[in-house]
Ligand binder design. Structure first.
Ligand SMILES: [Zn+2]
Length: 162
């Protein structure tokens, strides 16, 4: 009859888990483990589990390296944010390009009207009839003036928030 339990089983397990097997085990216990099939199994299994644990520990170095990489990324990002405060950034260049493009489009859309106003202004100045000109185009002049003020203000706000 093969025994399934042994009085020294826990001792054998402890020796294996504490990596004392086989070199640093009490000679009497070692003699028993070598002779006892139950304890030999326990030591073999515990040793295998311990090896797997060692492998997992080695595998756990990868997440550590990942953390280091992530930390480096965060540092780089912080540095980038810090340096973004100093010189003109790409965002500022794009914002100004958009703003000037918008202003250009506005001017392009109104240039014909502007030309007409200019012609009329010349005629009005010639005829000293400026009050009629302002009355006719005052609202539009206010819109143009507002755009000329609002667009740079919007750009300033967008860039200043960075
Ligand atoms: Zn035993």
């Amino acid at each position: 009859v093969t025994p399934h339990e042994c009085h020294f089983e826990s001792e054998a397990l402890a020796a294996a888990l504490q990596s004392r097997w086989p070199a640093r085990v009490d000679p009497a216990l070692r003699a028993h483990i070598e002779a006892c099939p139950v304890c030999a199994d326990v030591v073999a299994i515990a040793g295998a589990v311990d090896d797997a644990r060692e492998e997992m520990r080695v595998g756990a170095v990868v997440p550590d390296a990942g953390r280091i990489w992530w930390g480096a990324q965060l540092r780089a990002r912080r540095d980038a944010v810090r340096t973004a405060g100093r010189p003109i950034t790409a965002i500022q260049v794009i914002a100004f390009a958009c703003a000037s493009g918008f202003l250009g489009a506005c001017f392009g859309a109104t240039s014909r009207w502007f030309q007409a106003v200019l012609d009329r202004a010349m005629a009005a100045i010639a005829g000293l009839d400026t009050s009629a000109l302002v009355a006719e185009h005052g609202a539009l002049l206010i819109v143009i003036a507002a755009l000329a003020l609002l667009v740079p203000a919007a750009v300033f706000l967008a860039v200043g928030r960075d």
